[in-house]
Design a protein around this ligand. Structure first.
Ligand SMILES: *Cc1c(COP(=O)(O)O)cnc(C)c1O
Length: 641
């Protein structure tokens, strides 16, 4: 395909390089010969690859408009298998005398289809669930695959929460109460008498190990959760007094999510093992060591300790955990416990992709300047014109300074009323023309770009307006400046020539994506996209969005939940739409903010009747208006074709 210069040498390999697919795509995402993103997933008949072209066509056939949250069922199963297998391999290789069980922390993605897929894929491994609230526990109680699976209850628990957990025990399920406070423990002891069942108890300890990355404040002495050394010993005493010390079987800790540095993992494990040994020495039976979540995702593909990356992979994580536990416990002859992890982000992040279309593009190109400025025009305009005519490679910084100076003078004259709007517009266009020439004609000729000019390209980047809401679908991109891999879903055999940022539909200046990773893995404020032609749809995808994004999303500007499609790839490489969930319609989002759609319709109806009475509109027009209003109530909150 053609490059900007018209040469036939842009290939899909160039696109892979540019968008970093080889770095973050995890062998799941690639580019097909058709120039579309492809998805490769394990099936009963080995790896199968499908093109996003098929997926996009399928969405249209199912009448699912963009934006769509696409879930790939095979990838959910693959993650579950890989996680369990990773630990099994590490255990076997190192001679660890204990097993591993995973629990999926439901808060990371509570959606029915995701939890159900994990439950099904996790069956052979007795994959369990971690619940942090009553609704999550109730979900876990129904969805847990086998009696050997663990249900780990974290978070604060009231009597009802605790009673629900006891019902699981009465049914023979391994439901652990992880205690976070002594009050909670007292309540559990009391309810144990009432139900006459032994609870399974874990205690969450507060480690002093500090971790790198965004969640650093979750760790250390001031972390919100867990028992201190003093409280841990007090808990042991409470249980011993109640004759329930045999129930204390688990120790739990969680250093925070997205642990970027494997060293922190090892340090945490070593410190935790000291507590574990201490509890054993103090007479608790123990048997389970739950080291929480934190297994990180390499969002920027740099394999580093940058906040959106990590300096280890799954196998290294498993081996390091297993070996650290072993070496810590062996010194004290403590039997090897069942290892439990609560890896959420790692399990589901790659399994969802946000798909949306581009609606329009704004660019910062000047309109062609055909005439010299009018003799009547003000001096700054004449100066800008001269500056434009006299741009030179060796004086680029000076040219840039001059242009800014004259532009400021122009704006002052406008502000003081000395010139009119049309004159200012003429001058602004000259200024824009200078910046474009500096950025695209002069800077490429320089070996070293003056520091003030390095962001010039970003200032001139196009704005691509996407049919989605950052706040609804990518809340972490806004809240914690999370980087998600973003790229076009097609035209990847064509050179993308436009540096751009992506704006969403909300009227909020934070509603944008302007943090990307460039081909070298560095942060970039712009992404290269293809020229937009309104007559052809242009689709973009945001990848690795399966963890935390869906339920953290909110209704900013009343853009609701997007459509969701779950696909499965069969052994012959065909795509099946296994589940579709329609996104919110307008009446849904209005009821979330306490309106009654029928009442709104009635009020609007009254207004139209008043207009008919006043003779402003006729009865036919009134009917049309009402029809439109009613239909819109049931429409998608995003742009529809
Ligand atoms: C949030 C959370 C997790 C999940 O962490 P990930 O980094 O997503 O794996 C696990 N355990 C606890 C206690 C949590 O609060």
């Amino acid at each position: 395909m053609k490059t900007a210069a018209g040469q036939d040498d842009w290939t899909i390999e160039n696109s892979k390089q540019l968008y970093g697919l080889n770095r973050w795509g995890l062998d799941y995402f690639g580019i097909g010969a058709d120039g579309f993103v492809s998805v490769t997933a394990p099936t009963a008949n080995g790896q199968q690859t499908v093109s996003m072209k098929q997926v996009i066509a399928g969405l249209a056939d199912h009448d699912l408009s963009m934006p769509v949250m696409l879930r790939i069922e095979n990838l959910i199963s693959d993650r579950v298998v890989k996680l369990n297998q990773g630990f099994r391999d590490a255990i076997e290789k190192s001679g660890y005398r204990g097993e591993y069980k995973a629990v999926f922390p439901i808060k990371v993605n509570q959606q029915n289809h995701v939890v159900d897929s994990i439950s099904r894929a996790g069956y052979p491994f007795h994959h369990g669930f971690e619940a942090g609230s009553k609704p999550e526990l109730m979900l876990a109680l129904s969805m847990v695959p086998t009696q050997e699976s663990l249900i780990v209850c974290n978070g604060y628990k009231d009597e009802e929460f605790i009673d629900l957990g006891f019902q699981a025990r009465r049914l023979g399920y391994k439901c652990f109460f992880v205690i976070e406070s002594l009050d909670e423990l007292a309540l559990i002891v009391r309810r144990a008498k009432k139900w006459n069942v032994d609870p399974l108890i874990g205690c969450r300890v507060k480690l002093t190990t500090k971790v790198d990355g965004h969640w650093a404040h979750d760790s250390g002495d001031r972390s919100l959760f867990g028992l201190t050394a003093r409280e841990t010993i007090a808990a042991v005493d409470v249980l011993r007094d109640a004759d329930l010390l045999h129930c204390l079987q688990m120790m739990h800790f969680h250093l925070g999510s997205q642990l970027t540095n494997i060293r922190n993992v090892r340090d945490g494990i070593r410190e935790a093992c000291r507590y574990y040994i201490g509890l054993v020495e103090d007479g608790a039976p123990m048997g389970y060591l739950d080291f929480g979540g934190g297994l990180a995702v390499d969002y920027d593909g740099t394999f580093s300790t940058q906040p959106h990356s990590r300096n280890y992979d799954l196998n290294e994580y498993c081996v390091d955990v297993v070996e650290s536990v072993m070496s810590s416990l062996d010194k004290h002859d403590v039997p090897h416990p069942m290892l439990v992890s609560e890896s959420g982000r790692w399990t589901v992040a790659p399994t969802s992709v946000l798909l949306f279309n581009v609606l329009s593009v704004t660019n910062f190109e000047p309109t062609p300047i055909e005439t010299e400025p009018d003799q009547e025009f003000c001096q700054p305009i004449k100066d800008l014109f001269d500056a434009m005519e006299n741009l030179h490679v060796r004086r680029v910084q000076e040219n840039f300074n001059d242009a800014n100076y004259y532009r400021d003078r122009l704006r002052e004259l406008f502000a003081s009323g000395a010139i009119q709007l049309r004159e200012r517009a003429f001058g602004e266009n000259l200024y824009l023309s200078i910046l474009n020439r500096i950025a695209f004609e002069i800077l490429p000729q320089l070996n070293r770009v003056p520091s003030e000019l390095t962001s010039l390209h970003d200032q001139l980047a196009d704005i691509y307006y996407g049919n989605f809401s950052v706040f609804q679908s990518l809340p972490d991109a806004w809240a914690i400046e999370q980087i998600f891999p973003t790229m076009p879903l097609h035209r990847l055999d064509e050179e993308p020539t436009r540096p751009a940022i992506i704006a969403d539909l909300t009227c909020d200046c934070d509603g944008k994506i302007d943090r990307f990773t460039d081909s070298e893995g560095n942060l970039s404020r712009t992404i290269k996209l293809h020229p937009f032609d309104e007559s052809d749809p242009y689709y973009l995808g945001v990848f690795l969005v399966g963890a935390y994004q869906e339920t953290l999303g909110d209704l900013h500007n009343l853009f609701g939940d997007t459509n969701v499609a779950s696909i499965s790839i069969d052994a012959d490489g065909n795509v099946h739409f296994v589940e579709e969930v329609r996104g919110d319609c307008v009446s849904d989002v209005l009821s979330y903010v306490e309106y009654q759609p029928e009442e709104l319709i009635q009020r609007f109806c009254d207004k139209t009747e008043a207009a008919v009475s006043a003779g402003t509109i006729g009865e036919v027009e009134r009917q049309e208006m009402l029809k439109l209003y009613r239909a819109s109530m049931l429409g998608y909150t995003y742009f529809e074709d």
